[in-house]
Design a protein around this ligand. Sequence first.
Ligand code: CAO
Length: 435
Amino acid sequence: MSAIEMNVPDLGGPGEAEVIELCVEPGQMLSVDDSVVVVESDKATIEIPASGAGKVQSLNVSVGDQVKTGDLMLMLEPAEGEVSEKNDSDGGQQSNAQSALPETGQPTVSMPEPAPEPPARSEPARSGHELPGSPAKESMVYAGPAVRKLARELGVPLDKVTGSGPRGRLLKDDLEAFVRAQMEKAERVAGTLPEVKLPDFAAFGPVERAPMSRLHQATAKSMHRSWLNVPHVTQFDHADITALESFRKAQKSEAERKGLKLTLVPFLLKAIAYALRAYPQFNVSLDIERNELVYKHYVHIGVAVDTPEGLMVPVVRDVDCKNLWALAEELTELATLARDRKLKPDQMQGGCFTLSSLGGIGGSGFTPIVNTPEVGILGVSRSDWQPRFNGESFEPRQMLPLSLSYDHRAVNGADAARFTTLVGKLLGDVRRMLL
Ligand code: CAO
């Protein structure tokens, strides 16, 4: 049986339309009204249905082609008994264009509500010729051109979406729900960590459970957030605080007169403030979404305080503008408020950098976790007397271990080494802070 032409039906005007989708491929069996191609004019998206049944011999248009009424779309080998009279009588071209139209005489324009029946499944679908996502497979899906267009824009394979319209017709809502579900799934996968499975601890001995305090929960959350988000590096160093300690101890009676205790922390705060001014790349926050660094022109430093309830970090403001006595006084006040759980929210906000001093407790070094969105934290451990070679002999020096953790996205290792070296020098001779 000789092939017949299937042509572009009346598009409703003299203009051209762009082929935006091929719904069939050569070799595929077509039934009457199966979608053949989808074209888009400046007025509408039009789904052109098959005017006859049979096997697609060749497709004569491609996606992106401009077509007009009467252009050849495809050659069809008619199914037995499917040769139209009109085709026989007038050579096919015009009659095929006409018979491509539904009874209304119009192609299917942006299909509104449900068509009577889902398109019949054609042969190749049953014989499994199509690859997943192939035009032919997607054309088996019961959807209008607007939905198909949206699916193309979103990159959604139609055959993966379940239709919720009448007779399983795909609706825009179905596409949106599909995309939402995929995004949620992607987020879950991205946020999924290997699960820590808890054993039955009671199987090994007596146990009891206690709820985590709100503070403990908040700390755990922020530590986890920081640990996962920040590429941490820790730089270790030692500061020779022999001279500083004799100076500090010499201030003891003055401190008592003032009703204060002058510990190492105010000195550490001043040295950090000086180093933050010298290396402003430590006094920043990263705005990754906007690829920007936020430089701060103020120096507010958080101080980690160990309280019976858990860790709190009050912030000492404008450290660079305050003297040691003012800092000692403020530190005592803030630490007392923290231990009494009386800190106000604004006393824990606005920090540029954090100091975590474990020197009063012990240890020779640790790796503190950056308090995001800050980019640096200085950990201080217990000072110790160590023999140091002065070029001629060993002499006892009081050495303070420093552990600087930093966000390696904001700060590079060389700057971290410069920062701790400077802090070490400032603590080694506090007169440098006056320079
Ligand atoms: N080396 C040796 N001795 C030190 C020292 C150091 N690095 N730092 C403090 N000390 C001494 C003090 O001089 C003091 O001794 P005296 O009582 O003989 O004078 C004693 O240790 C206790 O000091 P302190 O802790 O009362 O005071 P501070 O100013 O040094 O510290 C504060 C204040 C609030 C930082 C501290 O009390 C604190 O809470 N530290 C814990 C911080 C923390 O938990 N960090 C972990 C955070 S997350 O991992």
